[in-house]
Ligand binder design. Sequence first.
Ligand SMILES: [Zn+2]
Length: 452
Amino acid sequence: MKLAIGMTLAMLVAVAGALNAAAQSRAQQPRYDLLLKGGHVIDPANHVDGVMDVAVSKDRIAAVEKNISAAEAAKIVDVSGLYVTPGLIDIHVHVGHGGAPLNWFASEARAHAAPLGVPADTALESGVTTVVDAGSAGADTFAQEKEEVIDHAKVRVLACLNIVADGMNGGLEQSLDQMDPKRCAETIRKYPDVLVGVKTAHYWTKDDWDAEHTPWAAVDRAEDCGRAANVPVMFDFWPRPERTYADLILKKMRPGDIHTHVFAQQFPIVLPGGEINPIMAQARSRGVIFDVGHGEGSFWFRNAVPAVKQGFVPDSLSTDLHSANFTRLSMNDVMSKFLAMGVPLQEIIRRSTVNPAAEIRRPELGTLSPGKEADIAVLEELHGRFGFIDCGYARMAGNVTLAARMTIRGGRILYDPTGLSMVEWEKAPAQYFSRPVLGGSQRAKADDYPRE
Ligand SMILES: [Zn+2]
């Protein structure tokens, strides 16, 4: 009897001890999965501009506050001396299967043009977490692009649907029978999570007009689709005497429509006397949006520098990354050019986060608001002697440039080329120092390593 009681007591003590340990471990369970500590946070959506810590729980932003305790986080990354911003948004890129849809080599398109797109995740190297494909695909080709490219990208890929059903890569951009506003709008309504606008581009830039090819045909049909689907239209445009830039931005475009490639050589942004064309302010006052869309031929300092000096900075910065320019162009490069032209960093971040999010009507993006998806860029401002080039093979010197040091998408660190989040090799866990006997690596994922 005594023995039985003794055993019972011992068991009770053991059970109580176990319960106590469980409670303690619950108490010690860190509140946050990731804490970016000591960075200068710029989040224009929330009017934040100062040194703050950013905490992440699972895939969400949990807190943006001063001095969040390190004890509350499972993993801490020291980002002091760096800028922490919402994941950047590049609203003009062309994505593809390393360059083309899977069936490209068997397609008719091959005879007409080089493949257009670049791997979507190239964007992560600039701190970009959301890209918008600017009309690579149309109603006939979008499902394939979605299945083969968009659904597999780590970066978030949204898209504007080309008014041309075949899209850009098939050599059919001049065929009016390809431009069906009804089919375009139906497709946009079918994929509301991904399709955020309409795109028109490259239409009849030099040949004589004829019965089929009237000056405004592509513009009007894109607008018909935009109205029917209730989304903005993004314009790549070439002015001609019968189709002027002033008429585009003052008459044809609706408020919220986007003129991309604004500093391209063909636009009368700057008048012969050097002053900015007053139509730019008039268009802005009626709600027209201007986007950079740098690209292979669409950014000229002779337009950009006088415009910026006179206070005209485009509403959004974007790259127009495609297969002909991605080796020398990036979102950080475009941002650096505006920094070099004297635009304050805060305004550059605004035009790479909250502004493009509003343009594509996705206000949940481009912000570090707690509860939103944890898309974060960590950027470094570097000082030295730098040179920047435009599309006319002219250069501009500068003494400051931006480079991404880390990119977090949905709470996961996807880009960390200098190991900000990694352990010093001497302090790595035992697994790191073991030599694999059989084939196959025993690497731990960076996230598995303990915090220092
Ligand atoms: Zn483009």
